[in-house]
Design a protein around this ligand. Structure first.
Ligand code: SF4
Length: 170
């Protein structure tokens, strides 16, 4: 199968991990129409049909899925507004995320010494969890003291291969 120069240049713009699949799909469509050369139009049509689907799928796979763990004690006086505000505005500890990122879990540690965390992280791993933020209320020595179980809680998450980010809105 021949490729016009323009078609060749266009297909090079497709992300490398799906390029070979896209190339085959375009060639198959051209062959089906009884032609021997792939044109720029063919690539554009292929982009609509197959390539945009694959690119979208790639975006889904790269999507950041975040959980926030917070202090059970502090949750008595805090509904989580500052955590959500920082996330919604992609500020402070959430500045690293693009607009596709999602919060998929928001829960308290379950009380000292934070034994609930491991179980709930296990549940979220099935939903492609990528990172857990430890809320600022756990980190700061403020109205409430810094969590004395921080290191154990962190380890219980990182041992599962999940990234831990310290903080949410500070
Ligand atoms: S383990 Fe830490 S975060 Fe959980 S209730 Fe106790 S002090 Fe708060």
């Amino acid at each position: 199968m021949q490729w016009s120069e323009e078609a060749q240049k266009e297909i090079e713009k497709v992300p490398s991990f799906v390029r070979s699949m896209a190339r085959k799909a375009v060639e198959k469509a051209v062959k089906k129409s009884g032609r021997e050369e792939v044109t720029l139009d063919d690539v554009h049509q292929g982009r609509e049909k197959y390539i945009s689907w694959a690119e979208k799928k790639d975006g889904e796979e790269k999507k950041q899925r975040i959980a926030i763990v917070r202090c059970e004690i502090v949750s008595e006086v805090c509904p989580g507004i500052a955590c959500f505000k920082a996330f919604n505005q992609r500020r402070l500890a959430f500045a690293q995320y693009d607009n596709n990122a999602e919060i998929i879990g928001f829960f308290t540690c379950g009380g000292c010494s934070g034994r609930r965390v491991s179980r709930l992280v296990d549940k979220l791993i099935k939903y492609n969890l990528t990172a857990v933020h430890l809320s600022s209320c756990m980190m700061l020595d403020d109205d409430y003291p810094r969590c004395p179980h921080l290191e154990e809680i962190k380890k219980s998450i990182t041992d599962k291969g999940i990234k831990v980010v310290e903080g949410t809105h500070h």
